[in-house]
Design a protein around this ligand. Sequence first.
Ligand code: NAI
Length: 455
Amino acid sequence: MKTDLIVIGGGPGGYLAAERAAQGGMSVKLFEEASLGGVCLNEGCIPSKALLHSAKVYDYALFGEAYGVKSQGVTFDMGAVVKRKDKVVRTLVAGVRSALKSNGVEVILKRASIVGKTQDGFAVEADGERYVADRLLIASGSKPAIPPITGLREGMDRGFVLTNREVLNLSEPPANFVVIGGGVIGLEMASYYRSAGSAVTVIEMLENIAGQTESEIASLLLKEYQKKGVVFKLGAKVVEVVDGGLIIEIAGERERIEADVVLLSAGRKPVIDGLGLETLDVKTERGAIVTDTHMRTNIKNVYAVGDCNGKSMLAHTAYREAEVAVNHMLNNPDCMRYSAVPAVIYTNPEVACVGETEESALEKGIQVKVVKLSMRYSGRYVAENADGNGIFKLIVHEKENRVLGVHMIGSYASEIIPTASLMIESRAPVKDLQKLVFPHPTVSEILREALFAVN
Ligand code: NAI
């Protein structure tokens, strides 16, 4: 039977699109070949946060003396930590399943491929069965990028080199944990395994960590990691994966790095192969599906949201893109903007950023005012962080006096950043934002302090 919409992929982009479309009155079938919730829920955002929280609880217990709490005999039971993580994932996957069901979405747990367009509509096949719909929404996600390093694939085959999926399930901290790529995944896992007791080395080919993160914040994060004992090899090239280690090249010299476990976190790439995109001539560029601001592809009534369009590989971007796509299908005015999409690194301390940095604004020819404050301007931050040295940066449009960017490193950063996104999206002048009342004492008050420091 023909449906209004077929969704391919049950991650955040796919499942939310299916829910919203069904709520809007459409009949929807959703295909998922693995587990509902996609990478985010099963092997990304959620399980990593569960692990990192256990690491944080352990760190608090170990280093509680600064707060007058002495503890003895504290241990990190990684088996129990992983078990708890699995329970969190199971709970949330069940939540997605029941939300889809209660909205009337038909979930088909099979791999689907597009087979073309007929006069009945778009045709999709799964397990030899054919399904037809008026519209398609592709939310096929992403997979780890595998750089051409000698011995890397063999290392992956023998379980020595892991990806974001397997690295979540170790039952013991490896003695030597080595990370290829000092981006978000690499840093979060480096933090987890360091807290758990591993010796950790991060190999990054650039001169700083954390990719697009504002450079001063990234440098401070690097120092915080070094304080915890994580070793960084910056500007380093991995030449070869060998038995029990890696060969890297740094400053023209070759060096062997011993490893018991290696994590490959050198970026991700959209999943586009095997979807049958060629049967419709869906346009792709540099390995990603090309979309416009309504998440339309070049083919009428075919949409692509989330990592598969390669625009901003974040679950929260996928959510919003899903809503934009469905709004277009339902003729509700809407369009996608990426200028206030926040990015968070959930380490301890947390990093959160949104909008322009001083450098990116200047590159666009926008003159900005920059306010930089110590996080210690917040009373609650001082009360809770014995030796915290976090910083906060506010980027303001010089002429229009409105917020363009916020970048911070310190506790609760991830929970504060949406307020900053709202400030950017609202385009409200600083003098109006100054009238907002913040609860006291909160770390979020740093935002208020910064607004009053704009001259
Ligand atoms: P990434 O793009 O964040 O970082 C990859 C890093 O690897 C870069 O710094 C790059 O310079 C380095 N690199 C690449 N090839 C290398 C090589 N051969 N040797 C040494 N270094 C090399 O990618 P990552 O960490 O794999 O994350 C993938 C995606 O998942 C990102 O798009 C990220 O936004 C998303 N993600 C988001 C999280 C969050 O929001 N907290 C958490 C985890 C992932």
